[in-house]
Design a protein around this ligand. Structure first.
Ligand code: NAD
Ligand code: AHE
Ligand code: ZN
Length: 369
């Protein structure tokens, strides 16, 4: 079938709106009509060429929501008409990782996903007879996509696509890192580095679990108002404190933070986030994605003296199990998504959303089809 998609032909170039061909779903796969998709910094990261798994030409996008249009042979958990959120972290419930109950990193299809193909090793998208590669198993910058059954969370039908698409990445990543990865406790002091689409959801999660101080760090003073609305108690702009931010934050928290979160993707702020943790017990969680080849460093003494460095992918959420619950939280008014979606545009304007992100003018942009 013909599909309208924003194609990334080359790293560092704007996306191009094209009519491409999409094959129907094969065994274990599902055809989804994408109704809305958010634009995450990770899409910009891969488009920039810094992603070692970036493969061009491809159809980016991993924060979508839509409706099942057709199912391939053997699909049992979904049917035509179901509302779904595609999952870049699938949940097969059968692999060693899923069965361990110690991680959300299902590995059932990770290898083919990283190569931009479906689990059978081929792409469903093509243009003029040449393959266009999938991205993160989701490729939501298209009005139709094909995804494996295990990479789709079935959600309630009264949830608005243009809002809950954000649960496909940013909302779940931020809330989940607080709840499932770091397990922030009530009364804790928390520092969040980077107050964008992810960091503001970390702030929202920290408030939900009853954190005490919620300190936001960002170079953009324009983030302050929104972060305060979501629960930030103190704002720090590193450019305005006239010195090293680590001792500043240790002093502010009277000994160091119980939990910190890096939501930027910068190896210097990753180090700062670890080192401003409390001696003996502070836990720093890396969420930001740093460029291929980048390495983090600190004095091992920081770890010897009890600080813990962790990482979180998709907030530690098990997508098919947890995403429908987060949709319920939104529908029940327990979490705020609406205020974070600052821009809604048609597919033709998708390149503007990358400009808005780089200029620090948007929190989340959503493309509707
Ligand atoms: P964003 O662009 O919306 O937000 C980034 C924020 O960081 C901005 O507010 C910016 O002003 C701030 N910032 C940039 N450099 C800074 C610095 N040196 N000091 C302080 N603040 C600085 O991005 P996002 O969509 O929120 O994504 C954030 C990061 O998280 C990206 O690296 C993205 O790839 C990653 N990410 C990871 C996961 C995961 O599962 N681990 C999921 C989603 C996104
Ligand atoms: N291909 C990248 C990996 C980037 C990365 O770490 N991705 C996160 C999700 S970011 C969503 O916005 C993730 O889920 N990681 C776990 C995994 O298995 O990829 C690179 O740098 O190579
Ligand atoms: Zn993302």
């Amino acid at each position: 079938m013909d599909v309208r998609a924003a194609v990334a032909f080359e790293a560092g170039k704007p996306l191009s709106i094209e009519t491409v061909q999409l094959e129907g779903p094969r065994a274990g796969e599902v055809l989804v009509e994408i109704k809305a998709t958010g634009v995450c910094h990770t899409d910009a990261y891969t488009l920039s060429g810094a992603d070692s798994e970036g493969k061009f030409p491809c159809i980016l996008g991993h924060e979508g929501a839509g409706i099942v249009v057709d199912v391939g042979p053997g699909v049992t958990s979904l049917k035509k008409g179901d509302h779904v959120i595609p999952l870049y972290t699938p949940e097969c419930r059968q692999c060693e990782y899923c069965l361990s109950q110690r991680t959300n990193l299902c590995q059932a299809i990770r290898e083919t996903q990283g190569r931009g193909v479906m689990p059978d090793g081929t792409s469903r998208f093509s243009l003029n007879g040449k393959p266009i590669w999938h991205y993160m198993g989701t490729s939501t910058f298209a009005n139709y996509t094909v995804a494996p059954e295990i990479a789709l969370a079935k959600i309630r039908e009264d949830a608005p696509f243009e809002k809950v698409c954000y649960i496909g990445c940013g909302v779940t990543t931020g809330l989940g890192a607080v709840i499932w990865t770091a397990k922030v406790h009530p009364g804790a002091n928390v520092v969040v580095f980077g107050l964008g689409g992810i960091g503001l959801n970390v702030i929202q999660g920290a408030r939900m679990v009853g954190a005490n101080m919620i300190i936001g760090v960002d170079l953009n003073n324009g983030r302050r108002e929104m972060a305060e609305k979501f629960g930030m108690t103190h704002f720090v702009n590193p450019k305005e404190i006239g010195g090293d931010i680590v001792p500043y934050l240790v002093e502010l928290t009277k000994g160091g933070a119980d939990y910190t979160f890096e939501c930027i993707g910068n190896i210097n702020t990753m180090r700062q986030a670890l080192e401003c943790c409390h001696k003996g017990w502070g836990i720093s969680t890396i969420i930001g994605v740093a460029p291929s080849g980048a390495e983090i460093s600190t004095r091992p003494f920081q770890l010897v003296t009890g600080r813990v460095w962790k990482g979180s992918a998709f907030g530690g959420a098990r997508g098919r199990t947890d995403v429908p619950k987060i949709v319920d939280w939104y529908m029940d008014g327990k979490i705020n998504i609406d205020d974070l979606i600052t821009h809604v545009v048609p597919l033709e304007q998708i390149n503007d959303t990358f400009d808005l992100m780089h200029e620090g003018k948007s929190i989340r942009s959503v493309v509707t089809f």
